[in-house]
Design a protein around this ligand. Sequence first.
Ligand SMILES: Cc1cc2nc3c(=O)[nH]c(=O)nc-3n(C[C@H](O)[C@H](O)[C@H](O)COP(=O)(O)OP(=O)(O)OC[C@H]3O[C@@H](n4cnc5c(N)ncnc54)[C@H](O)[C@@H]3O)c2cc1C
Length: 499
Amino acid sequence: MPTSTPDALRDVSVIIVGAGFSGLGLGIQLRRRGETSFVILERADDVGGSWRDNTYPGVACDVPSPLYSYSFRTNPDWSRMFSPGQEIWDYLRAAAREEGLGPHLRFGAEMLEARWNENDHRWTVRTPQGEFYGDVLVAATGHLTDIKLPEVPGLETFTGELFHSARWNHDFPLAGKRIGVVGTGASAIQIVPQLAEIADQLVVFQRSAPYIQPRRDRVFSEAEKNLFRRDQRTVEEMREMLFWYNDSRFAARRLIDDYLAEASWQALSHLDKQVSDPELRAKLTPDYTIGCKRILLSDDYYPAIQRPNVHLEAAALERVEGSTAFSAAGEAFELDVLVVATGFETYDLPSSYRIFGRGGNALADHWSNGMQAYKSIATAGFPNLFLLNGPGTSLGHNSVIYMIEAQIDHLLAALDWRSAHDGRVLEVSSEIENAFAKRLDEGAAETVIIRGGCSSWYLDPRNGRATLSWPDFAHRFRDECAPFDPAAYDHGEQSAARA
Ligand SMILES: Cc1cc2nc3c(=O)[nH]c(=O)nc-3n(C[C@H](O)[C@H](O)[C@H](O)COP(=O)(O)OP(=O)(O)OC[C@H]3O[C@@H](n4cnc5c(N)ncnc54)[C@H](O)[C@@H]3O)c2cc1C
């Protein structure tokens, strides 16, 4: 048994696990409603989630910054249209501090295991700081958190410096070094222009060429920022306009011909404009339907690739021996540094192996055929457990914060209903969960993610299901989450909460 130090929040109404946008957003809303009986357990030593962990050079968001903030806490001070990662992290830290979350946060408090107790209908969460007890457990543990390393023979024997893009080694001086970047996804195309400036030589290992559209980033002028500070309506109007513009981009994913052609034209004409060498252009031209993998935004990736010190190796990294990296095309490169930008483990929530519901069943076992949840938030056999930003919430065309907020509203309505009904246990049935998952599968089957036929991190490699993505326009998710229907949660053994 872990030794527990005294903690006023060891026994609470709501245990939130994770202090990223999801966990903090829920914490802020609870505080604003005057709730005090909640704790936020975070395994790291600061808030911020993705934006604390991803500090690589060039890190920035890919949706316009007015959309990439809470609707209930907009930020007039974003420096530009696409905020740098550090600004987003600062925004989250300030939000946590100014909204009074400090006393509720526990750092170094990794949820090692969470168990539903059938006797008292409560959750017990074991952490290195001892056990916490709660009526309701909220897993806000993110899905781009646990890094994925490529399965490349000899990688671990690399004699140079090796790190993942989400675990950047800022202590290692990169200037003048021979650097390899593995991957050409969203992180890699932000990193490459930065490293190209300082590397002696830079090799980019590309397994598959991405579609890249113009980013159209720009600095917000002081006059604009003053206007945003003075007039909240301007911010609201801008958010509204940007939201609908972004949401319309989903039409391409639905394989609506005109939108697909437009999206493809935007990317390929961007490539034509920026790369004149036909041989290089051919290497950079994707060989799959646009939208099948994530569409990227950049104005400086193609120029960086054309610098004399940069080599695009249009083949995957195949093996490593000592300081030599071999590509699948048989080329060998002597390197001092390997930056692995190969993304995250996405087909399961990292926390699912640690959450045990009715009968001691692990969430990971419940999800052996792919993760799923009713309204992407509740799952059968796991009473009073709510998921934020879990299955069926990833977008690719709009801001995930919108999805998170829709779920938070649903969850708050559930908590209100619970309070008004003697703390009844909320649990969905398998039928309700499966029916919702079936609808999402059917929706996904109409999208390019499934029909495009390419491999991507949106797909569960075990069964080809697109379990991570919301297969529709983002605004429809809010419609989906808005009504809290207590009947849907009226499953299993019901009981009054402890006195
Ligand atoms: C480089 C990068 C760029 C991105 N750009 C965009 C973008 O432009 N637009 C967009 O919409 N989305 C983007 N995303 C997705 C981004 O993850 C989400 O927008 C959002 O930040 C998710 O917030 P979250 O709180 O749900 O998860 P996270 O930010 O992942 O936070 C989860 C938290 O839970 C903690 N945690 C996990 N397991 C445990 C445990 N067992 N015990 C205790 N704590 C735990 C983690 O340490 C972390 O702090 C990007 C992601 C990355 C990595």
